[in-house]
Design a protein around this ligand. Structure first.
Ligand SMILES: [Zn+2]
Length: 420
């Protein structure tokens, strides 16, 4: 048989490790552990998509390619999907970090006009161009550490004009940068200072003006709410998410991060695609999430940076059948671009295995941002978003940390990063 043409073949990989899509939804329970592992593996790519995955000898016997990459001694995995970032912002918050080191709490800093509100002031003052430059710089680093798709939230504008500006930044960057972005409207990130005494008026602004304007301009796919004491109540969050759904925005929820607040229950009740953080989620809430297949997006770097030694109970979630994804929560108070560091934390603090953490950072994360038919695993027909790691097997992912294991990043079949 004549060989078929591919554009690129990655061959001789010591290991190729990937979750498999299986059914319709994200992987649950023991499935999270079930990677397909191929030794001496190859991957063939044509027109930006994966056309074959298998042993080097068998891929080689079916395909020839103009370009080959020898991955001897290395591991090939899917590109990471970071399902939770606040990547559009101006300024930084290192002074607040020093205060937190001396014992100030997140909410104390927030009440004094620091925290989110400081970033809101700086983001409002920044031009769209400046925000685009900041965002691209951050994405360059994310890509270098292996993230090929990321969710991106607005949420530091908190006026109609500034929320739209931040979502425009996401659109501009999406068109110009190799990392694919999934836009989330997060106008309900905080109650801005000017509405401090009339939060209800702000909720009305979000529901009646922001959501329709965002949807009219087709600037977002998801709508997120920070449901917490001092932010938005359960009732307010429910109204905002429902208004989003009515306009076609899929719901997400920052839930039970700082206190047990009923967020997990609300995420299930509103049929959110995902609920984020969940440090204090109740067992009832988690069971409801399992029933409705709401993905738990866990953000161990956020716990690490809060310094409260409280992490989400990932083992219980897996046991209850809640699908788990992992994200960075990249934002100016938790400024981390590396999904690899998040995986290392998840292994140690959430007790995920390297295989579970890989599934949570790829296929399940892709489900959390509605991209699982395109990315999140190395399977025929999906986008050729792959990482070549300078490691003999996937266990090195959790095991080594603080360094970048990425040797090459392939984005839609093209060499996007080469650190060899
Ligand atoms: Zn967040």
């Amino acid at each position: 048989m004549p060989k078929k043409h591919a554009d690129l073949i990655i061959e001789n990989a010591s290991e190729l490790a990937t979750p498999q899509s299986g059914g319709q939804g994200p992987l649950l329970g023991k499935e999270m552990q079930d990677l397909t592992i191929i030794k001496n593996a190859a991957l063939a790519v044509k027109d930006g998509a994966i056309v074959e995955v298998g042993k080097t000898a068998s891929v080689r016997s079916a395909f020839k390619a103009a370009e080959t990459i020898d991955a001897r001694g290395k591991t090939v995995i899917p590109g990471f999907v970071d399902p939770h970032t606040h990547v559009v912002f101006a300024g930084s918050r290192e002074r607040e970090f020093e205060l937190r080191l001396k014992g100030a709490s997140y909410m104390e800093i927030h009440r004094e006009g620091g925290g989110i509100l400081k970033t809101v002031r700086e983001t409002r003052q920044a031009s769209e161009d400046e925000l685009v430059r900041n965002c691209k710089r951050t994405l360059d680093i994310m890509l270098e550490y292996g993230t090929t798709t990321a969710e991106a939230k607005s949420g530091y504008g908190l006026t109609v004009k500034d929320e739209i500006k931040c979502l425009h930044v996401i659109r501009q960057v999406q068109e110009a940068h190799a990392v694919d972005l999934v836009p989330t409207f997060f106008g309900a990130h905080a109650i801005p200072l000017e509405y401090e005494r009339n939060a209800e008026d702000y909720v009305r602004l979000v529901v009646e003006r922001m959501i329709p304007s965002v949807v009219n301009a087709k600037l977002a796919e998801f709508c997120d709410v920070f449901c917490e004491e001092g932010a938005f109540s359960l009732n307010q969050a429910k109204r905002i998410l429902r208004a989003g759904v009515k306009h076609g925005l899929k719901p997400k929820l920052h839930a039970d991060e700082l206190t047990p607040f009923g967020g997990a229950e609300l995420a299930a009740e509103t049929r959110a695609v995902s609920a984020e953080h969940l440090l204090y989620a109740s067992e009832t809430g988690l069971k409801m999430m399992a029933q409705r297949n709401v993905i738990a997006v866990l953000l161990p770097a956020a716990s690490f940076t809060l310094m409260t030694n409280k992490y989400a109970d990932a083992r219980k979630m897996i046991e209850l059948g809640v699908p788990i994804a992992l994200g960075t929560d990249l934002n100016p108070s938790c400024w981390v671009e590396s999904q690899q560091l998040v995986i290392a934390m998840a292994c140690r603090q959430l007790r995920l295995t390297s295989a579970e953490a890989l599934t949570a950072s790829t296929l399940n994360a892709a489900h959390a941002v509605n991209r699982a038919t395109e990315v999140g695993s190395l399977e025929k027909g999906k986008k050729a978003d792959a990482l070549i790691l300078d490691a003999p097997n996937h266990s090195f992912l959790g095991y080594r940390f603080g360094t970048n294991l990425v040797s090459k990043v392939i984005k839609e079949g093209k060499l996007a990063v080469d650190l060899d």
